[in-house]
Structure formats: C-alpha cells, structure tokens
Design a protein around this ligand. Sequence first.
Ligand code: NAI
Length: 384
Amino acid sequence: MTKLQWGMIGGGEGSQIGPAHRLGAGLDSLFEFSAGALDHRPEYGIDYGKRLGLGDRAYGGWQDMLEGEKKRDDRVDLVTVATPNATHFEITKAFLENGFHVLCEKPMTMTVEEGEEIVEIAKKTGNICAVNYGYTGYSLVRHMKAMIARGDIGKVRLVNAEFAHGHHADATDADNPRVRWRYDPAQAGISAQFADCGIHAMHMASFVTGQEVTKLSADTVSCIDVRTLEDDAMVNFRMDGGAVGRLWTSSVAIGRQHGLGIQVFGETGGLRWSQEHPNQLYYMPLGERLQIIERGEANLSPEGDRTTRVTIGHAEGMPLAFANIYTDLAEAISARKEGRTMDPAANLYPRAEDGLRSMAAVYAVAESGKAEGKWLDARPPMFR
Ligand code: NAI
C-alpha cells in the first residue's frame, strides 16, 4: 500500500486529543503527517507544525490549508478535524466539498440540520466522512460486535452503556475557565455531558448490537447549581432490532475515572467490556461458566484479529484504538484509489450517519430532560 498523505486541523501543542491522533495515524506507517493548521493562533500553529516537520505545509489557518492543499498534486488524502465542537461543521463541509476525505471529531456538528447537511454532502461528493468514535477501534469491541452478529448471545434483549467520570464534580472549581465553557450553552450548545460523553456510549451500543436507536426518554440534571446544562443524565432508549437500552453518563461521579463501559444481554448469553480494562471481554453463555476472552488470543473473529498489534498479555493503549480507525480509513481510501473492494473486516469506521444520529439523540435527550422524561423520537428526520 502506498503511504497516504495526512493533514490535521486543531490538535495543537498542549491540546488534549491532538497527540492521540498523531500516534494513531502514524502507528502503522500508513499515513505520512504532511500538512496542518494546528492552532487557533496562526503563529503558534505554524511554529508547532514546523517543529513537527511539516515545513511550508504548516499553515496559519484551515482556510489557508484548504487553498494550499487544493493546488498540490500530492494533496492530503485525509484531513482530521480536531478543533473545538463549534468549528467542526464549517471545516468538515469545506474540505468535503473540495474533494478531501475527512475524519471529524465528535460531536460531528452542533445541530441536527448541520449533521444532515454533512451526510448529504458526503453522499453527493462521494468523499469519506468518518467520525471519531475512536473507542470502537478496540480489538475486543470489534470482536464483541462480531460475536453478536454471528449469534453467540442470541437475540439481544438489553444493552447497558455507561460513560460516567468524576472530573467536573468539584463545585468550587465550576467557574474554572477550562471547565465552565463546557456547561455554557453559548459555547457547548444544547447539551454538555451527553453531547461530550453520552454519545460515545450510545454510539457504542449501536456499534456492537448493529441496531439503531429509535426513541428515548431522558432524565437530565445539573448537580452543580451554577450550571445551566446537564452534568448527569440517565437515558432509556429503544432500538430498531427490539433491544431495550439504558445509558448513564455523568461528570460528577467522584472516584470514577474514564468510565466507558458496555454490557449486552441476549437470549442465550451476556457480554461485558470496559475501556479501563480493554484487554478482557467477559462472555457468559446461558447455563455455562463465565469465560474471559483475551485480546490477541487465537481464533478471534477477523475483525478482532485485524485490530491486534500487541501480543496477548501485554497492555494495550487508547491510541491503538484510534490507530484502528486510521487503518480502516487507509484501507478505504487505498481501495478507492486502486479500484478494488475493501477488506470487509476494515469496513467499521464510524460514518457521518453515526455523527448525525448522535446529534438527533443529543437534541432528544435535552428536550426529553426538560419535559420530565417524555419519550421522543431519537432519529434524525432523514432516517425516519
Ligand atoms: P483542546 O481545547 O485541548 O484543543 C483544541 C485545539 O484546537 C487547540 O490546539 C486549539 O488551538 C486548536 N484550535 C481551535 N480552533 C482552531 C481553529 N479554528 N483552527 C485550527 N486550530 C484550532 O480540545 P480537545 O480536548 O483536544 O478537543 C478537540 C475536539 O476533540 C473536541 O471536539 C472534542 O469533543 C474532541 N475530543 C474527542 C475525544 C474522543 O475520544 N474522540 C476525546 C477528547 C476530545
């Protein structure tokens, strides 16, 4: 496979998620980090980009990068958008419309209408628009999906998803500028904790079961008085294959760390996985003993095998899950370039449609929370 050219917007020096993307994209030598507009302050972005080896492809802003890359024969094959949420839509739209494939950070947009526009543009232009639900890249999450699809736990009855951490629990810290904006509707939009973390858990429920959320009822609260947006939500939902879903997300769960986990219970078995212990998948077939499936063991599914780099027993890190999103995208882009069918085990990267479904869920959670848990349609209008 020829090395693909990769560019990044956002993810500047000191950013939270930029390094995970650079590690993830570079890990398998499939992408060459070639261009970037890395910071909202042009001079910082250019300086940092040069230090990372981008030369004259270190741009001061995303518009400059778009203009510069458009003119090149060796333009970037994939652009990652890792800026704050409110800028995702215009940047993603501009790059898709100009013929670039995009991996956008979540939440993909700020509104459902913007999400529908992105899905339409991706469809019309034929360019890939992926969304970084990066935790779906974990090998055992992919194996869990394969097990459910091949019927190992029978028809799915219940999904229980969580993304509950305790890092915004200190009321005396609520006015800290790094925390405050997340709960400010002008900057965060209609939802805080659900849009930030809850959508990862909800997307994962869909990813592993292969079912989409149809309707939901939410109980949303702000445990810290000064906040106008929720810092905790309990969401009940229903899925189009008949599964019943429960989801808890929180930023005030003191003692919880990252807190992402998923349990799926079917007619003939149950499965349980947690992001803080990503190397083990707990499988309980009905009437038998509990089994612990280890990442890297023999005879996993093709999807589980394809996403294992570190041998069994050694710890696996979070950028490796992001790396699996990048290897999927490298395979998707290269298959298009070479005019061949892509490896089906790689065809798992989350799409713009997933980003849009999350936005519809964010709006439904916010409205249901205000309406005492009223059940609402959770699907975007284009998918009803
Ligand atoms: P951050 O605030 O730590 O970093 C943002 C970076 O973007 C900074 O370097 C800033 O200078 C740069 N930036 C801002 N506006 C820009 C612009 N117009 N052009 C170029 N650069 C610009 O933010 P963080 O935590 O890294 O989050 C970024 C995005 O990633 C958010 O949308 C967030 O929701 C998402 N995220 C996703 C995670 C995941 O697991 N998928 C985890 C953490 C964040």
